[in-house]
Design a protein around this ligand. Structure first.
Ligand code: HEM
Length: 126
């Protein structure tokens, strides 16, 4: 796996995301570690038993949730291993879901491969 995780990157990301996202709220900064993934990393997790998605540049491992998804597992599997931002927001998920899903977040997309860094702010915190 090509996972990139360096001290400098983690420090920069921590500050950025603490400002713009609920991801690290209430997490003591000394314990705050951000794992970076490339698109290639994420693409390796594209099956029913190992399913990652990218939504707003965050990486989610939803393997444990997949079979309980109210919209069905097939619709998510179409996006397994890749970016599902537009599909996720296009299907009008509730704000409760947006908060709850943070427990599945395992890290961030590496900066130069991001598309939607500020989208979360625009969509969820008008
Ligand atoms: C982390 C990823 C996801 C989570 C945690 C999630 C969770 C949920 C939840 C809790 C609902 C019930 C409605 C609500 O409260 O929002 C729902 C509905 C739905 N989801 Fe997702 N979802 C995810 C990704 C996706 C993706 C990528 C799609 C692709 C199009 C999708 C399509 C749908 C559809 C179509 C419904 C409506 C089901 C219905 O009302 O019959 N979801 N999802």
């Amino acid at each position: 796996m090509n996972t990139l995780k360096t001290t400098v990157q983690m420090a920069v990301e921590k500050v950025r995301w603490a400002k713009g996202s609920s991801l690290f709220q209430d997490v003591p900064s000394a314990l705050c570690q951000v794992t970076m993934f490339t698109l290639a990393d994420v693409s390796e997790h594209c099956s029913l038993n190992d399913c990652w998605l990218i939504i707003c540049d965050k990486v989610y491992d939803i393997t444990d949730f997949l079979r309980q998804h109210p919209g069905g597992e097939d619709i998510i599997l179409e996006y397994a291993g890749r970016d599902a931002t537009v599909a996720f927001h296009g299907t009008g998920h509730s704000s409760d879901t947006v908060q709850e899903m943070e427990k599945y977040c395992i890290g961030l997309l590496i900066e130069h491969e991001r598309l939607n860094l500020y989208t979360e702010k625009l969509l969820f915190k008008p």
